[in-house]
Design a protein around this ligand. Structure first.
Ligand SMILES: [Ca+2]
Ligand SMILES: [Ca+2]
Length: 239
């Protein structure tokens, strides 16, 4: 009888924890666009591809991608792992130019370098080379004070292939764990190459390939630990 009461109480506790536990959050890009050093006032927000290339000024292209993480309800400090998936939508035959993925830090206010707002409210159909947050306009990269390097792909495979990486390092996760506005932005750029070769990443407007995707994973749930300990607790009571 006692065991039955204990069991009922534990099941109720597990159910309560399960209802409040944070599951993985999977979101696709909320906004994405290329900006071009050769057309500094032009927006590419409705394009089906995200372009990233380096070279002389007119060949420089970088891409901004934003995710809405308002679906994460367990407190941002509980994010312990993040995976970013990008799908290659085009590749020239010899694409070996490294592709860097940066996070825009959770900045607020105005970019002192004149590249626009840092508060991540950039508009998908308004972002350009001239106003993209943390864009280092005279360069092939971004302002280090406001960004964190997450990953570098050393080679880009054929169209249709997934480019994926997972981060668990606290410093790299800071743009997520320190987020205060439910928006996070990543930036794609290249710091070598001559304009060609190049490759494209599918944007959220691409009908053939998957859009950029972010997966957030919480700390191992208390519920799981409790479930693991439950049989042991019951066995001890029966002795
Ligand atoms: Ca877009
Ligand atoms: Ca943010």
């Amino acid at each position: 009888m006692k065991n039955a009461i204990v069991m009922t109480m534990l099941v109720a506790m597990v159910a309560l924890l399960a209802s409040s536990a944070q599951a993985d959050l999977v979101v696709t890009s909320d906004a994405d666009s290329t900006v071009s050093g050769g057309a500094t006032g032009t927006n590419y927000g409705t394009s089906t591809v995200l372009q990233i290339r380096n070279g002389s000024a007119s060949y420089k292209m970088k891409s901004w991608i934003r995710f809405d993480i308002s679906g994460w309800t367990a407190g941002k400090s509980n994010i312990t792992s993040a995976t970013i998936d990008l799908t290659v939508s085009y590749r020239s035959s010899t694409e070996t130019v490294p592709l860097h993925v940066y996070a825009l830090n959770n900045g607020t206010g105005t970019d002192p370098y004149g590249s626009g707002d840092l508060d991540e409210s950039w508009g998908e159909t308004a972002i350009t080379w001239a106003n993209a947050p943390a864009n280092r306009e005279a360069s092939d990269t971004v302002w280090g004070d406001y960004t964190t390097l997450l990953h570098t792909f050393t080679n880009v495979p054929a169209a249709g292939t997934l480019l994926s990486f997972t981060i668990t390092d606290a410093d790299q996760l800071a743009f997520l764990t320190g987020d205060t506005n439910d928006k996070v932005t990543i930036i794609l750029c290249r710091t070598s190459g001559s304009g060609t070769p190049r490759s494209y990443i599918a944007s959220k407007e691409n009908a053939t390939y998957d859009p950029p995707k972010l997966t957030l994973t919480p700390e191992p749930a208390t519920m799981t630990l409790l479930l693991l300990g439950l049989p042991l607790a019951l066995r001890r009571r029966r002795k």
